[in-house]
Design a protein around this ligand. Structure first.
Ligand SMILES: Nc1ncnc2c1ncn2[C@@H]1O[C@H](COP(=O)(O)OP(=O)(O)OP(=O)(O)O)[C@@H](O)[C@H]1O
Ligand SMILES: [Mg+2]
Length: 225
């Protein structure tokens, strides 16, 4: 069974208005469990739009998306929220951490909504931060850390609810090459532990580290199916 599959998905923003944009135009993609793929393509080609659909952050105008065999187009908002929370970890270029919270609190946050007891939350968050070499930064806030450190916190946060997928949009985009390599090494290690990983990147060096490269152009997949 595919981990994620999409069948003929279209995303049209501002449909039937002068500002209409056909961001995805009939995308078919199948990602197997345990795969590590990268999505590349010019700015505006639809990469982020596709990733948002795969992660159930947004819904397609047309077509179906299957996550672990479930057609998510048939789910209600609250059911989609459960899938996002339990199955998917998101990592963004600009980290999206909460500045008023420490690393530990940022990593604990997704667990709050998952019914995990406070003491277990603390223990789990500490373990996850240790996994990304941040055992010395439990009580530090994002503005007191480097970009690489912040991205590692955001990976720890993405892992909080034991996701089966990690979706990362330009995870190395704000980092220098050394920190970028470090993040890729962490993602590769997580993939060895059987997490399916999909990243979007502009950087060919980053893209090549995936098992498969999917190329997008003008809202379509040109290569890598
Ligand atoms: N919320 C939105 N409303 C209207 N148009 C949008 C929206 N989001 C994206 N678009 C448009 O959809 C197209 C695809 O955008 P998308 O963000 O998916 O591209 P991308 O490949 O991720 O680009 P980049 O490499 O610059 O991040 C672009 O023409 C963009 O302007
Ligand atoms: Mg983008």
């Amino acid at each position: 069974m595919d981990a994620i599959a999409c069948k003929n998905i279209w995303k049209i923003y501002n449909k039937d208005t002068p500002a209409e944009v056909q961001a995805l135009r009939g995308v078919n993609l199948r990602v197997k469990k345990g795969e590590f793929i990268s999505i590349v393509g010019r700015s505006g080609s639809g990469k982020s739009t596709l990733l948002n659909m795969l992660g159930a952050l947004d819904v397609p105008t047309k077509g179906s998306i299957f996550i672990d065999g479930v057609n998510i187009s048939t789910l209600k908002d609250n059911q989609l929220a459960v899938i996002r929370r339990k199955k998917i970890g998101f990592v963004f270029q600009s980290f999206n951490l909460i500045n008023s919270l420490t690393s530990l609190e940022n990593v604990m946050l997704p667990m709050v909504f998952n019914g995990i007891s406070p003491s277990q939350r603390i223990e789990k968050a500490k373990n996850l931060l240790a996994k990304v070499d941040l055992e010395k930064k439990f009580h530090t806030r994002p503005n007191k850390m480097s970009g690489g450190e912040n991205q590692r916190v955001s990976i720890a946060r993405a892992l909080a609810n034991n996701p089966t997928f990690i979706l990362a949009d330009e995870p190395t985009g704000n980092l220098d090459s050394k920190n970028g390599k470090n993040i890729m090494d962490i993602l590769k290690k997580l993939n060895k532990d059987d997490i399916t990983i999909i990243i979007v990147t502009h950087d060919p060096k980053v893209a090549r580290q995936a098992q498969r490269i999917v190329r997008m152009s003008d809202g379509k997949i040109m290569d890598g199916l």
